[in-house]
Design a protein around this ligand. Structure first.
Ligand code: FES
Ligand code: FES
Length: 171
């Protein structure tokens, strides 16, 4: 079996074929030192481990659960983690809004919420929606994420604020 070639936050990586069954979250944390992606339930329920992926050049961002995705499924895929969101010393607007709205307490679920919201952001940038459909779109994006500190309303408010203030994501 060939090595698994993919990219993480724009950096090409190559994992040996013997790692084919290793969950992505373990590879990110143990091999790449990217500890922002969190492991929680490990069975695809809580969504704390959400990252985003592009499966081909020009594809929309999609979400992926890193706890239950083995490396064997990532051949040729571009993976993005929470470490990639801030750029040039500036937080992504979604990160800033979560701080402004005090969306999180312990913060363990925050990377998952952020990456799911980023996928929504990417979709809206390509295809804006009417403002009155935003609440439902946010619910669709993060409604299955579990926050044990119960920050659901504040997460929703923060995501809505960031998207509304961004301009160009709504019509
Ligand atoms: S750790 Fe809970 S869904 Fe991945
Ligand atoms: S902020 Fe603690 S689990 Fe969500």
């Amino acid at each position: 079996m060939a090595d698994i070639e993919f990219s993480v936050n724009g950096r090409a990586v190559s994992a040996g074929a013997e790692l084919a069954e290793l969950p992505l979250v373990d590879y990110l944390q143990e091999d790449l030192g990217l500890t922002g992606t969190k492991f929680c339930c490990g069975i695809g329920v809580c969504r704390a481990c959400t990252v985003t992926v592009k499966r081909y050049s020009g594809a929309p961002l999609d979400v992926l659960l890193a706890c239950s995705t083995p490396l064997s499924q990532l051949q040729g895929v571009s993976v993005y983690t929470v470490e990639q969101l801030a750029s040039g010393g500036s937080l992504h607007p979604l990160q800033s809004a979560m701080l402004t709205e005090f969306a999180f307490q312990c913060g363990y679920c925050t990377p998952g919420f952020l990456m799911a919201a980023t996928a929504l952001w990417d979709r809206l940038a390509a295809q804006p929606i009417p403002a009155d459909e935003l609440d439902e779109a946010i619910q669709m994006a993060v409604g299955e994420h579990i926050c044990r500190c119960t920050g659901y309303v504040r997460y929703h408010t923060a995501i809505k604020r960031a998207i509304t203030e961004a301009g160009g994501l709504l019509r």
